[in-house]
Ligand binder design. Structure first.
Ligand code: GLU
Length: 421
């Protein structure tokens, strides 16, 4: 079966609950807390009309889910993708709860999504869709309530439209309602690069732990969006060799390595990484199984499954994407001595700098890029060290260790607040 077919047949919500159950068992969590943390607090489904360029009306379906608010307002991105489903958004919201807890930022988990392939829409249509979706979910969002951010196929322009729409509704300018905004609207220095930068900080820590020299490492990156492309650039700047990258149109390989900065220029022109001079075209599935040292899945869920986990050759798998590895695959990778930096830790740099952005907006006081990255580095290094300690102490893989830290923090906050009424 092709990787895409396998990925589509696995329900991410079941994966998220399975991962949670494993950690809850290790923590011996009380049955009551288990029941509470296993389900999202709120799930909103909206169907809304958008006027298309040709004058016709289309109805789109979108979701906003808040998983847990014990530690603070809901936080999490909004994705536009043709395969979005309520179960996917529920999983992504739960992952946000653990992600915020593992890096110790005071947010709960939320996520949104709209079923749409935005590449098939004009810019004006995407703006109309975004503004109407923002209006539909405005019963949930707000600087103290639920703060969206970019995710797959959304960006700082999307956030500007949501911020403007929300501000028009409330009658004043509310920059802190979203993060990942353009800098002139109260965005943060370093937010655009933060997911990749945070991932690279964890890769550096992992390499140090494993005694690997990054200047001698060969890196393969699946996905060439905000996380993947910038991760490739940053690893290249570290002195690593980038031997393969991919996007939704296909993958390219060159064992001697290539410059990802030039691939980005190529992709901007040709809307695909494929065809980049000097490289051989391979499939996304082949990319995952390449002979390399660091594999960075930076695309969608369920890419590493029981079907291909045994064929993964990379020593380090750094999950810049959310949910790229299934629980069955986790076991195989662990047995084979692969070191997985789990998504809730590896890609937490994005939401960490989102938190910095929110703080800056509320303070009306903005930081330099040096200050942002210094603080991000401190957060990521501390979270990596605590996760590694837990993993070694409890003899569990890095994912279960990160979950144990995160779930315990959320469970503590939930139980100390008590059950209302
Ligand atoms: N969408 C990103 C994530 O999955 C960022 C979320 C945020 O900054 O709120 O972590």
């Amino acid at each position: 079966m092709a990787t895409e077919t396998i990925a589509a047949s696995i329900n991410p919500w079941h994966v998220a609950q399975q991962q949670f159950d494993l950690a809850a068992t290790h923590l011996d969590l009380s049955p009551g807390l288990r029941k509470v943390l296993r389900e999202p607090k709120r799930e909103l489904t909206v169907h809304f009309p958008v006027k298309m360029d040709d004058g016709t009306v289309e109805v789109f379906t979108g979701y906003r889910v808040q998983h847990n608010l014990s530690r603070g307002p809901a936080k999490g991105g909004i994705r536009y993708h043709q395969d979005v489903s309520l179960d996917e958004v529920k999983a992504l919201a739960m992952w946000m709860t653990w992600k915020c807890a593992v890096v110790g930022i005071p947010f709960g988990g939320g996520k949104g999504g709209v079923i749409v392939d935005p590449k098939k829409l004009s810019l004006r249509e995407v703006e109309g869709l975004t503004r109407r979706f923002a209006t539909e979910i405005s019963i949930l969002i707000g600087p103290e309530r639920d703060i969206p951010a970019p995710d797959v196929n959304t960006n700082s322009q999307t956030m500007a439209w949501i911020m403007d729409t929300y501000s028009m509704h409330v009658g004043y300018t509310a920059p802190a309602v979203v993060t990942g905004k353009p800098i002139p609207l109260g965005g943060s220095e370093g937010r655009n690069e933060a997911t990749a930068q945070g991932a690279v900080y964890t890769i550096i820590d992992a390499a140090h732990h494993l005694g690997m020299d990054l200047t001698k490492c060969r890196v393969a990156v699946q996905g060439f969006g905000n996380a993947g492309a910038i991760a490739a650039q940053l690893m290249f700047a570290q002195g690593s060799k980038i031997i393969a990258v991919s996007d939704s149109t296909g993958a390219i390989h060159r064992p001697e390595g290539f410059d990802p900065n030039s691939v980005l220029v190529w992709k901007q022109k040709h809307h695909s990484v494929v065809g980049f001079p000097g490289t051989r075209e391979i499939s996304n599935a082949e990319l995952l199984e390449l002979d390399c040292d660091v594999l960075i899945p930076a695309a969608l869920e369920n890419q590493i499954t029981a079907a291909n986990a045994g064929k993964i050759q990379a020593r380090v798998i750094a999950e810049a994407a959310n949910g790229p590895t299934t629980p069955e695959a986790d076991e195989i990778l662990y047995k084979n001595g692969r070191f997985v930096i789990p998504d809730i830790l590896c890609n937490a740099g994005g939401v960490t700098v989102s938190y910095f952005e929110w703080v800056q907006d509320l303070d009306r006081d903005f930081w330099t890029i040096e200050h942002v990255n210094e603080k991000l580095h401190a957060v990521m290094t501390k979270a990596f060290a605590s996760t590694l300690d837990m993993s070694l102490k409890e003899r569990v893989n890095m994912r279960t260790a990160a979950y144990m830290l995160a779930v315990q923090r959320v469970a503590d906050a939930t139980s100390v607040r008590g059950l209302y009424p």
